[in-house]
Design a protein around this ligand. Sequence first.
Ligand code: SF4
Length: 337
Amino acid sequence: MQKIAAFTTTIPVEVVLASGYRPLDLNNIFVSDPNPSSLVEKAEFSGFAGSSCAWIKGLYSVLVSPEHNKDIDVFIAVTEGDCSNAKVLEQIVAAETGIRTFIFNFPYFREIDKMRSEISRFAEFMGTDYASCVRTWKELSSLRRKLKIIDETSYLYPGSVTGEENHLFLVSSSDFCGDPQEYEAKADDFIKELDHRKRFADPSRKKIAYLGVPPIVPVHAFLEERNATVVYNEIQREFAMLDEYPTIEEQYTNYTYPYSAAFRFEKAIAEIKKRNVDGIIHYVQSFCHRQLEDIILRKLLESKGLNIPLLTLEFDKPSNKIDARVATRIEAFLETI
Ligand code: SF4
């Protein structure tokens, strides 16, 4: 059985693959669980506060549940560049399970040489080396180009790729569902289907930019049913590393998620303009420090004179439907655009 390296958020997945481990993004396991609320409750039963973020509770429960963790050999927590909750989660997991842990830090100032040493330090821990990671990175470029085709088709032919399909292809590329070759075959099949679907693109659909962490509720499907399609999934697109750079360390220093909100939103605004969106949804998770970034986003949009309607949505717990109060807010927002 291939050993699993599980992680809290996107890391240089090339290191995991080069070391022969199967990558596992814990977020994808939590959110696709048939009953994610039970994972949140399990963490609360173990002592997590009701007022801490649902994602961190879900990740904890996946890591300590025998049905999920039996083949996890290494747990990688990203501390610098993600979330302070991950720092303590690493300590809890080290204390409560036999899983080996590693802390990955995105260099605070986006220095390329520091990124290279952090990748090398990670590679050494995983029993591989920098040169092997670079080889893997080159091998992944064809898959990433295919994901880019799917992403670009979503706004060039509105409605041909649903917001949810694009979201799933991009968000799952943090670990390629454990198998990049199988994932690439799935992308190939989807691209073939798009040749047919493009003919039925519908320019009258409202084009939405979705900014923020991936949702814990089905926002994309809700919009789709109301003649609106998400044509830009900001953070998910970042996870997929679709922009090409000359080196692996440059790729990861240009990955916006671990860095300042201004850096993130400058790139997002360029995409929003390119994709000519009609409205922006900014998703924020309850009890997450990233909620405050909404202030920076609004100021940046204003300073650039961009008058695109913006709706900020906050969600707390996982659910398979949007509650009536929020549904009304989204519908009212769609009517304004
Ligand atoms: S949503 Fe925010 S608080 Fe929760 S795990 Fe992610 S970064 Fe941390």
